[in-house]
Design a protein around this ligand. Sequence first.
Ligand SMILES: [Cu+2]
Length: 687
Amino acid sequence: MKNSLLMRRLRSAWKAGLAVGLCLAVTVVLVGATRATGPVAANAGAHSGMQGMTSSAARPMHDSKHMHMRNWMLEPTGIVGVTPLDPTKIPKFVNQLTRPPVFVPTFQNGKARYTVTAAAVQLQLLPPNFPRTLVYAYGGTVNFALPGEPSVIRTAFTFPGPTFEATRGRDIFVNYRNNLTGSHQFPVDPTLMVPNPTNAPMPEPPFKPFPPGYAAFQRPIAIVTHLHGGVTPSASDGFPFSWFTANQQFRGPTFTGSTFHYFNAQLATTLWYHDHTIGMTRLNNAAGLQGTYIIRDPNDPIASLLPRGKFEMPLMLTDRAFNSDGSIHFTQVGDNPDIRPYWDPEYFGDTILVNGKVWPTMKVERHQYRFRIINASNARFYNLKLSNGMSFIQIGADGSYLPAPATLTEALVAPAERSDILIDFSRLPAGAKVILQNTANQPFPGGDPIDPNTTGVVMRFEVENSQIVHPRPLPSTLITVPTLIETEGIGNPKLFTLNEQESDAGEPVAVLLDGQHFDADITELPRVGTTEAWYFQNLSEDAHPIHIHLVEFQLEDRQDIDVERFKAYWESLNGTTLPLDHPTIRANVETAVFDPATGTTHDFLTGPSEPPSPRESGWKDTFVAPPGKVTRILLRIAPQYTKESDLVPGFNPFPFDSTAGPGYVWHCHILDHEDNDMMRPMKTTPP
Ligand SMILES: [Cu+2]
């Protein structure tokens, strides 16, 4: 396996640029080969603010068995007289796709200011003639006009939330308000780390069923909003402990205000805003607190070549199960109710919604369309394809355009990933009907197959009889992405494992990053102006979409690893009880270790370096860490537009002080994992 290490390190060196020369290639290889796997001391300064939180007990780890999709038809709804809604009885393509309205700001000293309120409303998510659905929705003053038409200004609460239209280089202020005055419609699991405004005692098993659950945890409802992919000061980033309840009666320990400052200095792209409350993110998102945030660049030379106005549409993909009364059917009984009364490893609904409508249809002209797709689902991956086999062009992902347009017949979109795609309907006959399908297993990649009649269907396009307008050709290069270079002498690479924690019965209890609880001492303190290599060594059976706040980063490569052997080695260093009760002794799959099975000393790599796919080749803020692989990324504590030559370690390159405030987090974006400790803090540091 020595070869693969050399291959990987040489590739790394190649990426580092020709200017640096072969000299560096040799150095990098040597550094890689001699990296120690000794203890990494936990840095001092546990992040503050754990008071009022509950935490979970350590459990031994065992070989895992797979997590499975629930059959909602067999699950209790928790409501007397209410039954689960059979997804096959919900007619498809009856709902018309709708375009979310756009937030309207007021201006003060030339700066746009928005007021955004979260409120409980009844919305028609199911087709007409079905009951409406209780949703927690973002809203405020919005414009419902279609692009290019006279304004229709109203106050409205919608799911998805109204769209933010931001302009690169113009910062805005958003005042978030919480009008959720009732009890949460979904069960807050008190065994997770969750807001506990009144310092209620931690319930003991046997746990009560839901409803009613535990009143002290069900209300008042805490929220805090995060702008996903936004390069944002940490006090405005929606740190999970910065939650607040209605009228700010109760505030989380890191709360410093609910007016957030978004700089919009980054490259033009599609971001999304959504709830990020500790231990409740899956519940608040499933209830509807999510929306689209678009940054446009007036100097973007590509935008004028792309479909605009009515030919550009955000598509927010979510999956939900429903009850006969129209309510959303969320997990009421945990898989392992003596440990986690209301938590499931993954929430998979049995219907697919686009822009808040179950299986909608969209009438399209014979024209190319731009779809800004956000996978806002709790746990579901989508592998999108068109029913007629037609190809489409992906032009952008999380943080920017792709370096080059990618012509695809299927596009994987993990939770929290964005996919900016162009579909050309100009060559289809009027009356053509094309279904957007999903083929991704649940959980991804090794879980149950989708049902082609329900979760395999996303939406439908109906081609209208209209003038034929063929698309404009795109240049072969959309943007130039700088080559990032690891900073020397800062302890690269940072080595993480993704470990499943299970009960004695082999039931999943949590998935952990680095073997640690979220509230264990902070260990990630990257210095501004430096570039760190982060390795994610996934020892679990599922793919985890990992999101890191503050920065857009670059995916370097992936490589197969010998999971059994590496897990045994990691456990020989750290023990088998998770979470660890000591600082993690980190280990590197690239390091040669004696293998008693073969009597030789070799590393844990079992395959060649796999470069990122075309859709992953630009700026990313969320990446898929597949099972049985190491995924390597380069994380530069600097904005996208900073030139490598302008970077100085310790010199702040952001338009704000990223070292101030409560700090940031990085986590799995399967919301059920994130809520159950698959999250770690990160704080940038000055010189
Ligand atoms: Cu995960």
